[in-house]
Design a binder for this molecule. Structure first.
Ligand code: AMP
Length: 146
């Protein structure tokens, strides 16, 4: 999918927001939602989305929704730091399939990073599904830091 197109109300993140598929929630407020990535590229890999914006990418998002998403990104990154003590935190965001975007509801990736670990990011996902119980434990550890 290119940068131009129509928002699909049945995209995976829309379905998570509608409660139609489960997610490992980390944080929620009136306007934003944060949860663990199910194919994490680092331990604690999280995603932040707007609950109301139908922007598919950065070029479409309302300034207000973007500010809300970034404020939540900061909050969640802070909680992840407290929970997991990473050496660095990478914030990533992709626009259009050629840039690595696979889900067309704007989202920000939060990737805790540790010295000595590989620094790469696999466009189009890591490919390996995380263990559900391990993700649950991790989500609880992070949620306890808010
Ligand atoms: P992007 O490549 O920027 O579009 O990122 C989409 C991300 O969503 C990838 O890192 C996927 O692993 C992740 N993902 C896909 N399905 C789900 C899901 N049901 N719950 C949580 N994360 C998901």
């Amino acid at each position: 999918m290119s940068l131009d197109g129509t928002y699909d109300d049945a995209n995976i993140f829309a379905l998570i927001l509608q409660g139609k598929i489960p997610s490992m929630k980390l944080y929620e407020d009136d306007t934003t939602f944060a949860f663990l990535d199910i194919m994490p590229q680092t331990r604690g890999h999280a995603l932040v989305i707007s609950k109301w914006s139908k922007a598919r990418n950065l070029l479409e998002i309302e300034d207000e929704a973007l500010a809300q998403v970034m404020a939540t990104t900061k909050k969640v990154a802070t909680a992840i730091r407290k929970a997991l003590n990473p050496d660095g935190i990478q914030i990533a965001q992709f626009n259009g399939a050629p840039a690595g975007q696979t889900i067309f509801h704007l989202h920000v990736h939060i990737l805790p990073r540790w010295e000595g670990d590989p620094k790469g990011f696999a466009a189009h996902g890591a490919g390996a599904m995380a263990d559900k119980d391990a993700l649950q434990v991790l989500a609880e550890e992070i949620r306890a830091q808010f």
